[in-house]
Structures are given as structure tokens and as C-alpha cells.
Write a protein that binds this ligand. Structure first.
Ligand code: ADP
Length: 484
């Protein structure tokens, strides 16, 4: 049984307007440890009615929250950040229990998640307006930025803490309140964050968490006219559905959707650096991140050396339960996730690919899968089109720079891309030619709180983090003053 140093962080109720509550029906959903299948306890199975009440509570709270001076909001966010770091071990333990990622990665996510609160706490004070030179002497034209109002967040299970703070930090800094629907698999991390927000002094109702039926809760968040903005991270299919549901009330939207990241290794790359980059980009979180390398595109001249070194590195990965020392690769989130990896692998093998290492469910059973590399991959295979979201690295071969760019852009998605080269001209040519929101050049790690995260094409709308992050939660108001 999971033991926390501070057991009050582990809540089994949702939170609406500062009250910790069960579902109206009394029904609850069991949350499972993906590594063992063991039950971790339950959270309320809420629906439309509770969501409506959470929105109403957020509406009341927002009026007071926006009236606080920005510096005060910033200080409360800073305190929340500090509390997250003080409780990093407990938050990480909860996350590993419900999500499966190795404890070291979970601790890393808590630090990453907290960094958004620190950053946006600082940004709160910098939401500047403008004074526009007037076309007439008797007028003054002023622009101010105002919070959009009540906002909603629907978040995924792969980053149970960071996907919440990246949204909530920006929203709260701007003076918005928020109703959060966490992923059904990982509600405990979300609830623990709100416990700490309360302790930091963030007023009741500014942050609300509704757990339960995704369709009922999501439907109300989209339909309710009081909600002025929805921020969603998840699959493209669900993102499109939410956008449709938000159309009648014309909500502002941030959509951080699927990716199909190419990871290009040119002949002139530093092969060891490229292998190290591919390892973190592909196998972090067991391959379950939307910016994970989904396709490795490797140039002829370096192909064999790269594959050999990558295979050597992959064979050192330790697969196991996330709490075990030295584990690099935890379980996948559930059986469906394992099924997708198996389907992509079987399709690739049936069409002529070959396994270099791995290639089957791990001996540990359950949701564990061997870290896998396949070569001889072509664009006719499912791995070329779909996001695998698992520890399968498909290696494509290419000959020219133009061919690599064409292959990399040949997808509906446009989130992250990576390439390795030591040629400065190529850095610019390829960097500019890739149709993606984010490009990692000689690095496999691109995410941090100070840089804009987001995609183009079917990967979504808007940017999170960075100085641009608050824009998504503010409206521009123009004040025209006459009679001067
Ligand atoms: P994944 O299954 O990879 O997490 P999803 O896009 O299905 O990707 O889920 C992301 C988030 O969207 C989760 O919180 C999930 O519960 C929620 N979700 C899924 N379907 C709907 C829906 N129809 N309406 C609202 N939210 C949804």
C-alpha cells in the first residue's frame, strides 16, 4: 500500500467551490495501478449537475480573484510552487502509483509542473497594455488586457501534474478561475495539486476539480456559456469533438493534440549525441508523450552505425515497476495502449520491417512492453501515419535532405520535430522547412516553462508556457477616450 509522508494529499473526493465532495449519486470509480492492476481507491463519478455547480462556483470566485492586484496573485502562485517542491516526493509517489512512470521521472515532472507556477506567478505582473498614438488631438487610445473569465481544462494521463499547472498557472496569473476535468486514469495527482493550492492561500472556487464521466463533464464544460475558454490536451479526435461542441458558445480554445514527430539523423550528425537524444525523445514516459519521436529518419551513410548504437543503448534499459530502483521504463497506461503498440508492430513486420531488439510484451506481463527498434520501415506502414504512443522506434532510411524534409512533413500533424546535423546551413534550411510548432536541433528535449509549447495543423491551436502563454487567457480591451 502506498504510504505518503503527508497522507492528507491523497484525496478521494472532488473539489467544488472549496468543498470536498462525493458524486450526487454516491457512485465512485476505481483507480488502478497500471503496473500491478491493484486498486488504489476511488474518486467520485460525477456528471453534468456537479459540473454546472463547479462552473457556478468558479464564476463567483473569479470576480474576487481578478480584483486582486497581480502581484498578490503572483505571490500565491509562487507559494503554490514552493509547496509543490516541498511535497515533491509525495506528489511523485502518487503519480507513479496511478500513472506508472519511474519515480525519478515522476519527480522530474513535479519540478517541471511546479516551474509553470513560478513562471506564471512572475508573468502575472507583466500583463502590460498599450497606449496608441491617437489620430485626433482630443482622443486618447488605450489598450488593457483583461482575464477571459471562467475557464475549463481537460487534461490527459501522460503528464498528470504538468498538464494541469501549465494551464492553471497561466489562467490564474491572468485573473481567470478554472474547472479542471483530469484524465480518468490519474485524478489523484490533480486533487493533490488543489490541496496544495488551498494551502498556498488560493481562494476557494478559483480551482475546482470534477472527476467522473468524461462525456457528461466535457459536454457541460463546452456547452455552458459561463465558460469562456477551454484548454484541452489529448487526442486530435477528441479535440475536434470539443471544438464542435464549443462552437455554439464561441469559446476561446487551446488545443494541444496528437503528434507524429520525425527525428532526423543526417550523415554529418554526432552519432552518440543523436543516440542520446533519441533515447530520451523516444523512451521517456515509455514513449507516451505527444512530443515523443514517432519516426526515426536516418540517412544512408550513418544508418547502420546509428541503429547499432541505439540498439546497444536500448538493451541497457531496465523495465519494471516505477518504484523499483534503477527502472527506466514503466508499464504502459493500460491494455489498450499495449494493443496499439502490438498492432503497429505486427503491421510493420507484415509489410517487411525487421526487429532489431525487443519486439514483444515484456516477461513481466500486464502492461509492460519491451523497448523495441524495427528497421526497414516504409511509409506504407501504420507507424508512418499514426502516433504509436509506446516504446516502439521505427527506423526509416533516406538518401537526400529534400527526401527527409518531404517524409518529415508528410503527415497531418505538426507538433514537434527533431534533427541532428553539424552543418550550420542545414540547421537553418531544415529548421525553416519543417512544418512543426517546435523543432529540436541537436537535442531530444525541448519542453520547459519559458518556451512556447504547441503545434500546427492537426496538432492544435495556441501555445502554452512562455511569455505567450497568458495571451490565451486574456482578452484585449480597447478604451477610446474622447472629449480631452
Ligand atoms: P487519451 O485517451 O490518450 O488520454 P483522449 O483525447 O481520449 O486521449 O483523452 C484526453 C482527455 O480527454 C481525458 O481527460 C479524457 O477523459 C477526455 N475526453 C475523452 N473523450 C471526451 C469527450 N467526449 N468529451 C470530453 N472529454 C473527453
Amino acid at each position: 500500500m502506498l504510504q505518503l509522508k503527508d497522507s492528507t494529499l491523497w484525496r478521494h473526493q472532488a473539489v467544488i467551490g472549496g468543498a470536498w465532495l462525493d458524486a450526487d449519486t454516491g457512485r465512485a470509480t476505481e483507480i488502478l495501478d497500471p503496473a500491478t492492476g491493484a486498486s488504489l481507491g476511488t474518486v467520485p463519478e460525477m456528471g453534468e449537475a456537479e459540473t454546472r455547480r463547479a462552473i457556478a462556483a468558479a464564476e463567483v470566485a473569479q470576480k474576487q480573484w481578478r480584483a486582486l492586484p497581480a502581484a498578490n496573485r503572483g505571490r500565491l502562485l509562487r507559494r503554490w510552487y514552493e509547496l509543490m517542491l516541498e511535497h515533491q516526493d509525495d506528489l511523485a509517489a502518487l503519480m507513479t502509483a496511478e500513472q506508472g512512470k519511474p519515480l525519478a521521472e515522476a519527480k522530474g515532472e513535479i519540478a517541471y509542473a511546479a516551474s509553470f507556477l513560478e513562471w506564471f506567478g512572475e508573468e502575472a505582473k507583466r500583463l502590460y497594455g498599450d497606449v496608441i498614438p491617437s489620430p485626433a488631438n482630443d482622443r486618447r487610445l488605450v489598450v488593457v488586457r483583461e482575464p477571459v473569465g471562467v475557464t475549463a481544462a481537460i487534461t490527459p494521463w501522460n503528464f498528470p501534474a504538468a498538464m494541469i499547472t501549465r494551464k492553471a498557472g497561466a489562467a490564474l496569473a491572468a485573473g481567470c478561475s478554472m474547472v479542471i476535468k483530469p484524465a480518468p486514469q490519474t485524478p489523484f495527482s490533480a486533487l493533490a495539486l488543489v490541496v496544495l493550492a488551498e494551502r498556498a492561500g488560493i481562494p476557494a472556487g478559483v480551482l475546482n476539480v470534477v472527476t467522473g464521466d468524461a462525456v457528461a463533464i466535457g459536454g457541460e464544460l463546452c456547452r455552458n456559456p459561463v465558460v469562456r475558454k477551454l484548454s484541452f490536451t489529448g487526442s486530435t479526435g477528441v479535440g475536434i469533438k470539443l471544438m464542435e461542441q464549443c462552437a455554439p458558445t464561441l469559446k476561446k480554445l487551446s488545443l494541444e493534440l496528437g503528434g507524429n514527430a520525425p527525428f532526423i539523423v543526417f550523415d554529418d550528425a554526432d552519432v552518440d549525441a543523436a543516440v542520446a537524444g533519441a533515447m530520451v525523445s523516444k523512451y521517456r514516459n515509455a514513449g507516451q508523450t505527444c512530443v515523443c519521436a514517432n519516426r526515426l529518419l536516418v540517412q544512408d551513410g550513418i544508418h547502420d552505425a546509428f541503429v547499432a548504437k541505439l540498439a546497444e543503448a536500448v538493451r541497457t534499459l531496465k523495465v519494471g515497476v516505477g518504484t523499483e530502483a534503477g527502472v527506466n521504463l514503466g508499464p504502459l497506461i493500460n491494455g489498450a495502449a499495449v494493443g496499439k503498440v502490438e498492432r503497429h508492430l505486427a503491421d510493420a513486420l507484415a509489410k517487411g520491417a525487421s526487429v532489431v531488439t525487443g519486439g514483444k510484451p515484456h516477461a513481466l506481463g500486464g502492461n509492460f512492453f519491451e523497448p523495441t527498434i524495427v528497421t526497414g520501415v516504409t511509409t506504407a506502414m501504420a507507424v508512418a501515419r499514426e502516433e504509436t504512443f509506446g516504446p516502439l522506434a521505427p527506423v526509416f532510411r533516406f538518401t537526400t535532405e529534400d527526401e527527409a524534409i518531404r517524409m518529415a512533413n508528410d503527415t497531418e500533424f505538426g507538433l514537434a520535430a527533431y534533427f541532428y546535423t553539424r552543418d550550420i546551413g542545414r540547421v537553418w534550411r531544415v529548421g525553416e522547412a519543417l512544418e512543426y510548432g517546435m523543432v529540436g536541433i541537436n537535442t531530444g528535449l525541448i519542453s520547459n516553462e519559458v518556451a512556447p509549447f504547441g503545434g500546427i495543423k492537426a496538432s492544435g491551436l495556441g501555445r502554452e508556457g512562455s511569455k505567450y502563454g497568458c495571451d490565451e487567457y486574456t482578452e484585449i480591451k480597447y478604451l477610446a477616450m474622447g472629449g480631452i
